[in-house]
Design a protein around this ligand. Structure first.
Ligand SMILES: [Zn+2]
Length: 281
């Protein structure tokens, strides 16, 4: 599932290619599973056609196309969604659910095997992304901001990191990787982290996300960038989906557990369970 580094990689790929272009036609593949939130496919197409793409931003795991006339197209890729920029004569992509034709003869294609991704046109992006937590790669995201976002939560820290209203952009891969890098057990209650642990987690979240961004995201299954290419970060993860393999730091076997129904990977030695006891400070 695309998380912050994957969605940001797509944004960087698409930004120079689609900003300034005008949408000349919209094709939605007929399907029983809805793709558009809040509008019929025909109405959606009518509202998009003729508009210029003035900007492309990311918030959490959402992409936001800013369009002329004060409209915004919010794209959520969910499990297997992909946003591909292709020359119009390029061979059809599999699982394409929508095609936006652009005025330079190229196409922006939304493909989605599992059909969980959604598109929505809004007058203000906050209608969709207004309740998301802070952006972990923003300069304004300090250790104090992280403390404020998660420090009163009684749930396991892994579950809190996955909560997009607490912190935007982390999913299963980078929550596991950040907790490993910080030496914090995924079942630790969020409100028991010491100041030192909070600072370590803050630093780890940012480093793990930046490293993944440098590797153009992780392609464990379906993720591809804006040109249809896989990322490389799957070769560099330390715990995610490494159950039973030796920890690169200490040699112990990586273990797997469930937190809030999600598979969770950790090193029992580097992320000790004695820290599950509430700390004294
Ligand atoms: Zn270890």
């Amino acid at each position: 599932m695309p998380e912050l580094p994957e969605v940001e990689t797509i944004r960087c790929d698409l930004h120079p290619r689609i900003c300034g272009r005008t949408i000349t036609a919209v094709r939605i593949t007929p399907d029983k599973v809805p793709l558009i939130d809040g509008a019929s496919p025909a109405a959606f197409a009518r509202r998009l056609e003729g508009r210029r793409i003035e900007g492309l931003n990311r918030r959490g795991k959402y992409l936001i196309l800013h369009l002329s006339g004060g409209l915004h197209l919010v794209v959520h890729l969910r499990m297997t969604g992909a946003l591909l920029h292709r020359d119009a004569p390029a061979p059809a992509d599999r699982y394409v659910r929508a095609v936006l034709s652009l005025d330079d003869g190229t196409e922006l294609r939304f493909a989605d095997l599992r059909k969980l991704g959604r598109l929505r046109l809004v007058a203000h992006p906050d209608e969709v992304v207004g309740r998301l937590g802070p952006e972990p790669l923003d300069a304004a995201f300090t250790a104090a901001v992280l403390r404020h976002a998660i420090g009163r939560r009684r749930a396991p820290i892994k579950a809190v990191l996955l909560d997009q209203r607490a912190l935007a952009g982390l999913g299963n891969i980078y929550a596991d990787e950040a907790l490993f890098a910080a030496g914090i057990h995924p079942l630790r209650r969020a409100d028991t982290l010491s100041e030192a642990e909070n600072r370590r987690l803050h630093r780890s979240i940012r480093r793990v996300l930046r490293d993944a961004l440098d590797n153009r995201g992780a392609s464990f299954r379906d993720y591809v960038d804006g040109g249809g290419r896989e990322g490389r970060h799957q070769f560099y993860v330390k715990v995610f989906r490494r159950t039973g393999q030796p920890c690169y730091v200490c040699g112990a076997e990586i273990e797997r557990t469930k937190v809030g129904g999600r598979s969770t990977h950790f090193c029992p030695r580097c992320q000790p369970s004695e820290s599950l006891m509430p700390s004294a400070d």
